[in-house]
Design a protein around this ligand. Sequence first.
Ligand code: ARG
Length: 468
Amino acid sequence: MSDERDTSKLWGGRFGEATDAFVQRFTASVGFDRRMAAQDIAGSLAHARMLRSAGVLDDAELQSIEDGLGKIAAEIEDGSFRWSVELEDVHMNIEARLTELIGVTGKKLHTGRSRNDQVATDIRLYLRAAIDDLAVELTRLQRGLVELALDNCDTIMPGFTHLQTAQPVVFGHHLLAWNEMLERDHGRLLDCRARMNQSPLGAAALAGTTYPIDRAMTAAELGFERPTANSLDSVSDRDFAIEFCAAGALLLTHLSRMSEELVLWTSAQFDFVTLPDRFCTGSSIMPQKKNPDVPELVRGKVGRVNGHLVSLLTLMKSQPLAYNKDNQEDKEPLFDTVDTLSDCLRAFADMVPAIEPNAAAMREAARRGFSTATDLADYLVRAGLPFRDAHDVVGRAVAHGVDSGQDLAEMDLATLQGFCAEIGEDVYDVLTLEGSVAARDHLGGTAPAQVRAAAQRALAALDARGAG
Ligand code: ARG
């Protein structure tokens, strides 16, 4: 490559003086939009082929544009491409290099096109591919959760409300609750992808173009569902970026909730699960510490992704039609959201299969917390008491248990009958943890048989996703 590269402005014709050096730097986006180079080249190839079929380019011109863009792709790939801030953005860097490589034909590529529809196309292509990658990681994470759930359909733990022991559940049920959150996240990402998958190419600057373009052809070549309907909207719309960040913020919110529980559960106070050393770090002062850094960091990452969502909403607020330079500010929040989600999903997908449940500690916690109190009340209702009276009886029995340091199942029959004469020997069947979970035997309940069936359904759904 020659050192005296032509970096004169592609739009310089009407200007009487050079751009201020600071303004040049301030307005440039190549530092971050160059990550869309592959999409930019794909869009240019589709556009050039369409121009050939419209008779705007001849065969030789198309061939040389294809060759030139292929060479540029290889240069970018091997790191030899020289990016220049003077050329402002990824689009003009590539176009200028094309002209440098193939001469005047390179200058014909931009016929019937504007950077406005070009950038809108590039972002959609980029985000579509990013969603596909994220969906793969999300599926891997979900599979890990469901498989861990299948192994833990009989592992009893306390279920919580208000972070107070409520009723016993099985660990697999808790994991499948996480999976439901992620299942919705997967659906949201796919919804966003489907709505986004339209081609803005051909909208040109804002009003369309005077050339006999074939928008359906470029849309099909780029794998879009169809061309967008309105040229003004095409170059100004960034809804898809906002939708993606909203879906991402919710996904990361879910990961933060899972993280929080893992942080609690790995504490000495809970001791419900162990995370392998490779997902934890130590303290430089306290030799005994093993800190759950990975879930903590994921929990913290939700802040930046929420921030990006608000950035994009604010960026678009009150923007007049059509394209405005403001829109260049869409990329950094969007890219950082993609990167953050990708890292957090990877961390979780790697970590979840390595979670080691501590069944004895979970069981002991469920036993200690009067978690079968509702079962006793239900037992009394079956014996004929109105629920409110049953609630009161059990409340008094629990108060006695708090004073005497006993769980309900540890009280002898005479003690229990002291609270209500209707209580019989069979009460111990409902006071056991196993009896309690087994009794919630309906769709969505925590009975081990139900959880096993739910996990199998979830696994089948993930398998079908892979095939689809
Ligand atoms: N770098 C610009 C962006 O990211 C590309 C579009 C520029 N269009 C223009 N009319 N200045 O939005």
